[in-house]
Design a protein around this ligand. Structure first.
Ligand code: NAP
Length: 281
């Protein structure tokens, strides 16, 4: 049986964030500013279309204007860069999100780097990543920000703990490792070349799963009392952690779905409103 007190309820955390956003959005609108997020989707990947739609709907529910730019599958890097440059120059746009992945003919890194740092609400530019790693980032990428926010809301301290992150992608594993380090955790970042992964996970006080393989992290690897944050989102609504077995040992655990996912979207909205508020200064 999974004890409800162990559950890190991402939907509740996300609802708390979104409630606060509604009043901040009202204040902005009274001052003539409607926070605005533009999402760019290139091609016809069905999962990407779903993610973009979900983000757009979430924006509208808190009063953020969301516009979707849908570019053709055969878009060139130059065309995409031009689209982003135009959005950088448009003062009515506060946040730009380029949905990953883009078709293979496009230089995705160049496209990400074109997003101006003030509008990089998804934390994809190298400057944004660098600032996050150095501890003064404005908009860390949204899933790492969500993981830290869940810990904050449940008063889970990272300081002095051993955090083991499985995954080192630029949008997830690397930045969440940096954020945990900045909060004085001792961090081990594991990846596909890590030897004896289980032995690392067994030592963890905090486990962050960011692999993209269903139930890859076994419940029996989890140390008694560890905190488990599962960012994985795989086909069939399955996380990267073997949930039932891990929950028996963990002191806290995020479910999938209803854990890191909803908070990730809430952090995107939060960053967009932050970006709009900065234009008041
Ligand atoms: P990714 O870019 O594919 O990165 C996966 C990472 O896992 C890589 O660093 C890879 O190591 C590592 N890995 C692969 N096989 C491994 C193994 N056998 N042992 C140890 N490490 C291994 O994926 P991502 O974009 O970071 O996403 C990870 C998961 O999070 C996915 O399930 C994705 O759907 C989910 N996600 C969720 C949200 C959300 O909003 N909740 C947002 C983004 C992503 P190498 O670097 O050595 O290849």
């Amino acid at each position: 049986m999974i004890n409800d007190e162990k559950l890190l309820d991402g939907r509740a955390v996300a609802n708390g964030i979104k409630e606060k956003l509604k009043s901040r959005v009202s204040v902005l609108k009274e001052r003539g500013i409607t926070p605005s997020l533009v999402t760019i989707l290139v091609g016809n990947d069905p999962s990407s279309e779903t993610y973009v739609r979900m983000k757009g709907n979430a924006c509208e529910r808190v009063g953020i204007s969301s516009k979707k730019i849908h570019l053709a599958e055969d878009t060139t890097t130059e065309e995409l860069v031009k689209t982003i440059t135009n959005l950088n120059e448009d003062d009515s746009v506060h946040g730009i999100l380029l949905q990953h992945p883009v078709p293979s003919q496009i230089d995705e890194r160049l496209a990400f780097e074109t997003i101006s740092i003030e509008k990089d609400v998804d934390g994809v530019t190298s400057a944004g990543y660098g600032q996050t790693a150095l501890g003064f980032g404005t908009y860390p990428s949204c899933t790492p920000a969500a993981i830290m926010r869940i810990m904050e809301d449940y008063d889970i301290q990272a300081e002095g703990k051993h955090a083991v992150v499985i995954g080192r992608s630029p949008i997830l594993g690397k930045p969440v490792s940096a954020l945990l380090l900045n909060q004085n955790a001792t961090v081990t970042t594991c990846h596909s070349r890590t030897r004896n992964l289980a032995s690392h996970v067994r030592q963890a006080d905090i486990v962050v799963a960011a692999v993209g393989r269903p139930e890859f992290i076994k419940g029996e690897w989890i140390k008694e009392g560890a905190v488990v944050l599962d960012a994985g989102y795989n086909k069939g609504n399955v996380g990267d952690v073997e949930y039932e077995q891990a929950a028996e040992r963990a002191s806290y655990i995020t479910p999938v779905p209803g854990g890191v996912g909803p908070v990730t979207i809430a952090m995107l909205l939060n960053h967009t409103v932050d970006a709009a508020e900065k234009t008041l200064n």
